[in-house]
Write a protein that binds this ligand. Structure first.
Ligand code: FES
Length: 119
């Protein structure tokens, strides 16, 4: 699929986030400390939206069962730790799975995302 134009870089200032639809996928764009990240907006655990997830130590934390995924690689740093006890059981419905992350670049004031080439 290759590179797809997302939004103007000016529309994603520091600490902003926005969900865009690119090639049929919901992609969450985040400007974290001046770096543009693009990840799937769907948590790999139960496909719930990641948009409101906090960023803790470079990882995006799912707002539901708090799985944490490295923002750069998508690698899980924790898997369904919440709620205590119950979360562990809920984590068994699906094995630990990375969050798809996509390469980004800014050219001519536009953010581009390499959709279809998730890490
Ligand atoms: S839906 Fe994200 S951890 Fe369960």
């Amino acid at each position: 699929m290759g590179w797809t134009k997302a939004i103007a870089a000016a529309d994603l200032p520091a600490d902003a986030r926005q969900v865009v639809s690119l090639d049929g996928q919901k992609v969450l764009l985040l400007n974290h400390e001046g770096t543009i990240h693009a990840v799937a907006n769907s948590c790999p655990h139960m496909k719930l939206p990641m948009k409101k997830g906090k960023i803790v130590d470079g990882a995006l934390v799912c707002p539901f069962h708090r799985s944490a995924f490295d923002l750069c690689s998508g690698t899980p740093q924790s898997w369904t730790p919440f709620p205590p006890g119950v979360g562990k059981v809920m984590g068994m419905i699906k094995s630990e799975t990375p969050l798809p992350v996509f390469a980004t670049k800014v050219e001519d004031g536009e953010i581009w995302v390499e959709v279809g080439a998730a890490a």
